[in-house]
Design a protein around this ligand. Sequence first.
Ligand code: CTP
Ligand code: MG
Length: 227
Amino acid sequence: MQGAVAIVLAAGSGERLGQDRPKAFVELAGRPLLVHAAGAAFACSAVSMVVVAAPPGGEDLAHAIVEPFGAHAVVAGGATRQGSVRAALAVVPADAEAIVCHDAARPFATLELFARVLAALHGADGVVPAVPVPDTVKRVDGDVVLGTVARERLVLAQTPQAFLASVLREAHERAERDLAEVTDDAAALERAGFRVRTVPGEPGNFKITTAEDLARAEAIALELARG
Ligand code: CTP
Ligand code: MG
């Protein structure tokens, strides 16, 4: 679908990563995570503009980071991811047909994945990249095992997630009105009854949460750079 705007969620503080700066500004292979995540969005030909939700106070730095790539806007993010999406939605041009939301904490999403979720929007309101759950999943109460969950019907959701723009706006407005907390954008659609589909995600598209994740990402980035 043409006329897509990408929202890059970069406003988190990165508390679990425990660095001296917000996670989106932490460097991987010598470049901030924001460059990696926004770079794939800008490289996708269907994306005409990128809106960055930046850490409050980090707007100028975020602007300087994405400026060389092309058309963009920067807003101060909110206290939660959901609040950051709402802040970004406020500056997405009204004529955008599709919106693709991506976490700056996922530096390895490819431009092909952006293209795949946008292409699958024909026939769905929202599209989520999903990967199988590799481990056996248990339900527990403290350290007591209550049972095993059939993992065939479980998937792990990634970003970028693509949405019809009007649907994403309505779903987030409803969540706000209902005081409902959602941890990804698809969840806002699900609770509002919209049609959300999956497409194959990418095993390498993991989210950087901890220092261990960053070390693993650094090793992978080195490998990729070597070709
Ligand atoms: N995010 C955001 N605004 C917030 C919180 C999170 O834009 N108020 C973004 C983060 O920048 C990240 C994505 O949402 O790209 C996923 O969040 P997470 O991995 O939890 O990042 P942080 O919130 O920064 O990390 P932590 O929870 O450890 O503080
Ligand atoms: Mg967080």
